[in-house]
Design a protein around this ligand. Sequence first.
Ligand code: GAF
Length: 402
Amino acid sequence: MTQEITSSDSQSRLLAEAEALFAREFGDVTPDGAWWAPGRVNIVGEHTDYNGGYVLPIALPTGTVAVARRRDDDLVRLVSEGKRVEARLGDISREASLGWASYAAGVGWAAARDGLDVPGLDIAFAADVPRGAGLSSSASLSCSTASAWNDLAGWGLERPAIARLGRLAENEIAGAPTGTMDQMASVLCEAGSALRLDTLTNDTEQVPFDLDSAGLVLLVVNSHAPHELVDGAYGERRRSCEEAADLLGIERGHLCSEVDGRDVSAVDARLEELPDVPRRRARHVITDSARVLAVHEALGAGVTRESAPAVGRVLSASHASMRDDFEITVPAVDTLAAALEDGGAYGARMTGGGFGGCVIALIDSGRVDDAVELAKQRAAKGGFAQPEPFVALASEGAKRLK
Ligand code: GAF
């Protein structure tokens, strides 16, 4: 049976864990509150979020709970799974190499850089987003922290500004040159909806995400092929997109918004003069942004068994584009995507930053078990790790739990 997790199960279990950790580590004081922020799965629109394109994530029911207390000094004490890090606010920097804690402590650094008054914090975390799976465990860490700090310091920031602090922590202190999707998804997603985000304007639309009534599910299969964004390959893809923009005379970060990706031959004509690599990188992001609009339209109309094949083809086209043009898939995820399709999925694609992580598939609920079985067999045959499936329910975004 493929697992279906709900937010409330996850939140109450993690809350108890984080409270116990807080009491064990900082036993002399009581916490001021607890905050939740989820991971996400992106339905389509990959690497478009630093190119002014569209993305279409849903929040996962798994995430991070942060239990925190405001301090009267400038010390930040952070603990997760028994790993404890302490830093003075003024010492938080990329060079300080705070490891996992940089995603959280970096929020304080970003707020101070914005001129906000930043108090010290004691903060304990418990999380259940699989790490390195392309499901934004890091955004759930940075956004739970940003939500806690916002409330405890009384900054009064709106949700997009909270997401921005999370992203700055990741970009500037953790050193992961990401776009805006993950943090925006973590704070803005709503239960039962996908979030259509225009990353150029930050315009959002909550799109009903109801596959259930058509007997469909969004299956997520973790390949367990490790994925890491704080390495060179993500940044290299980003630089190729900038090179393409420069060569086309388009402002960096505007590739998707300047070239209409809905007509592939028109895109090819526009990119014709570019050298091979930047041309293929640009073609991927431009066409994937357009694929968001196609899936958005289908979701808006209510995906049915009749329209599912067309939506599935869009997802599979996205995978092919990531494999052939953007070159961010790996054999383990290509194998899973093909196996899920052969096992009856309407379409399948890798989700997230790439180089491993998870594959998603649109599939009839009655065919999930067979498709998963086939994926496991093919993974074993290919010598890859045993894949782990779950059904993604569109869940709620960041919130204060108590
Ligand atoms: C990672 C990044 F963090 C996101 O900003 C986005 O670029 C994604 O990869 C690819 O779509 O999750």
